[in-house]
Write a protein that binds this ligand. Structure first.
Ligand code: COA
Length: 260
């Protein structure tokens, strides 16, 4: 599949998606959101891809937000549609993807950029990264899940402060608040994420996808996390991955999971 705004590179079992609009600091326009949706959908179907890393091109930005030039003249109805469509195609889609997605935050992650990083299963930042939700400085609010996912990750008080001040925090503050899991140098960032990806990829894709579902269920108002965990746990027993994982343990060998 060919794309205009993203680069998709696979070295099995890991794929790296690079958002590639460096002149616009990788701002998310409509076409980029659509391309990301197509890429995630295709990669999720591929049995041989076990971890996806998403990053931004260049040394300055992960993603500097939704493309402001595209919505500056929108009406109330168009604004609502923009948020709903973006959440469905990309942000909720990534959060609920059964393949693990790591955000490699290599620079500015602002507005929709931080919202994309927060929709990923977890985040690693480079030392130069700056993160924030500056939407209220534009007279709008975060619309791609930021008002929900930021408090989930850093707590309500810190999220409120970040949203109200529209300010940016640096990588160390992001680490301290739990917004990112690790901070490394920019040169190390992708290799560090790939190493994490390799460790993840040794484990059962079926187990991982069920764990993602159960963890996410605890953050949804229309589901019960504990009940979802019980269901997902039980379902694992009927899978070839479970048979292989337990057999390999008893035979004292490394498991070779059939996967997705
Ligand atoms: N949407 C559209 N274009 C954007 C953008 C965005 N969110 N963020 C940056 N760009 C564009 C700039 O317009 C500029 O384009 P130009 O060269 O054609 O004028 C280019 O990217 C480089 O950005 P610039 O502002 O010149 O870089 P800087 O180093 O001076 O500042 C930022 C960097 C990130 C502080 C600044 O670009 C910024 O504040 N961006 C908007 C962040 C934001 O509010 N995001 C939330 C949107 S809801």
């Amino acid at each position: 599949m060919s794309y205009n705004n993203i680069i998709v590179e696979t070295a099995f079992p890991i794929t790296t998606i690079t958002i590639n609009r460096p002149n616009k600091l990788n701002a998310l326009n409509k076409d980029t959101i659509q391309e990301l949706h197509e890429a995630f959908k295709a990669l999720n179907k591929d049995k041989n891809i076990k971890t996806i890393i998403i990053t931004g091109s260049g040394e300055k930005a992960f993603v500097a937000g939704a493309d402001i030039s595209e919505f500056a003249n929108f009406s109330v109805k168009e604004g609502g549609k923009l948020a709903a469509k973006g959440q469905k195609l990309l942000f909720d889609y990534v959060e609920n993807l059964s393949t693990p997605v790591i955000a490699a935050v290599n620079g500015f992650a602002l507005g929709g950029g931080l919202e994309l990083a927060m929709a990923c299963h977890f985040r690693v930042a480079s030392e130069n990264a700056r993160m924030g939700l500056p939407e209220v400085s534009l007279g709008v609010i975060p619309g791609y899940g930021g008002t929900q996912r930021l408090p989930q990750l850093v707590g309500k008080g810190i999220a409120m402060e970040m949203i109200m001040t529209a300010g940016m925090i640096d990588a160390n503050r992001a680490l301290e608040t739990g917004l990112v899991n690790h901070v490394v140098s920019q040169e190390e960032l992708l290799d560090f994420c790939k190493k994490l990806g390799s460790r993840i990829s040794n484990n059962s894709p079926v187990g991982i996808s069920h764990a993602i579902k159960a963890v996410n269920a605890g953050f949804k108002h229309d589901s019960n996390g504990y009940a979802s965990e019980i269901k997902a746990f039980g379902e694992c027993f009927g899978t070839a991955d479970f048979e292989e994982g337990t057999t390999a343990f008893l035979e004292k060998r490394k498991a070779d999971f059939p996967g997705k």
